[in-house]
Design a protein around this ligand. Sequence first.
Ligand code: CTP
Length: 445
Amino acid sequence: MTKVITYGTFDLFHEGHYRLLQRAKALGDYLIVGVTTENYDQARGKLNVVDSLMTRIENVKKTGFADEVIIEESIGQKVSDVKKYKVDIFTVGSDWIGHFDYMAEYCKVVYLERTKDVSSTMLRNQNFKIQRIGIIGTGRITGRFLMESKSVSGVSVQGVYNPHVESAKRFAKKYGIEVYETKERFFENTDVIYVASPHETHYEYVKEALLHDKHVLCEKPFTLQKEQAEELFAIAKERNRILFEGIKTAYCPGFNKLIDIACSGLIGNIRYIDVCFTKLENKNTRELTDTMYGGSFLELGSYCLLPVFKLFGWEYEDVDFESIYGTGKIDLFTKASFKFEKGLATVTCGLGVKSEGRLLIAGTKGYIVVDAPWWKTTYFEVHFEDTTRVEKYSDRFLGDGLRYEISDMLNQINGNNKSEFKLTRKESVAMAGVMEAFLNKEGKG
Ligand code: CTP
């Protein structure tokens, strides 16, 4: 009996997939089809897969060509599958020519001609119109956002708006996008607005964008008042628009794995969280010159609140802030101490004090530690009373990480809503409440 194996994502199952499987089956007597998991696709940068693993498997099965379907979870699995299933022929489409020649050491390799003019990428782009993104603001993050958006198929950064027209022009020229001098023209030509303007302007811009029926991705901190956040989410709901806060960490695979492990009971009941984020800033930056809305807590606090709210919930009993100030009462370092029903949390942020950006989650059976930069989680360890027992976990973090939130936003817009739990409205509203409490305490509310 000749055994044949092939692999693929098989998203939005199409004729090319059907013909590939038909010819793969014809190469032998028994066909094994490996279908990729969502995690594996994410890890190799394929972020916009629409169909679930179950749907993709069902579609492969429906062809009647597969005698067995297996799951492909990681790079390097192919060789062990060939050995395990005693495979004679490995086959894939001609788009992979040369790529799998190394498999010839273990079995025969056949590249089948790829069917012309059809692919999942093409279908994804046809089924869902390209979302034209408009950027408000031209700070450092927007440049990174723009570069990251290039790795997500289905979006295109159309143009930029900034009341400082000269900055907008410079930015647009650098990145080859349009510059819109009036908001009317800006809204006319865009579907999704990325708000990355100074913190205190978020509320007005988000509201305006929603009232123009745009979807909105707003940089952290979303708003500086709880009521404003609630109002914006209510408008988004009423107008059926997607609105979410761009705390990139929330959408990254490593951070999500960390939260899953922390919630799994492995370290028992979580009782204490210690989280720190510091970034030494140049003295002339907005963060260190804006006496009203500059400073470390507004700049970095959202990141630190994320694991705390994810693990303890957003309803804290008490919070206390202590800061070290620079000129103009700008907080160079802030420590926020939270009391929750389930435990305690310490959040420290610094723009003028350097510390280790570490996340520690302590439980009744053990603790999890993520070294700096924990907000780009790629690796973490679980420790126990028995110091010889250490469990190690890792995951990919591609590029600047913004691609994950852009891709999740696109999925939400296209109705493939699988990511809302990663940063909920309630969490964003509660974070706005913490920002408000901090500003009130500073006498800036
Ligand atoms: N395939 C093919 N002809 C096509 C598209 C895909 O023969 N027009 C083959 C691929 O070469 C691969 C298998 O089908 O062997 C599964 O490919 P997959 O990556 O799932 O499909 P694509 O349409 O190429 O997906 P994407 O656009 O997301 O890369």
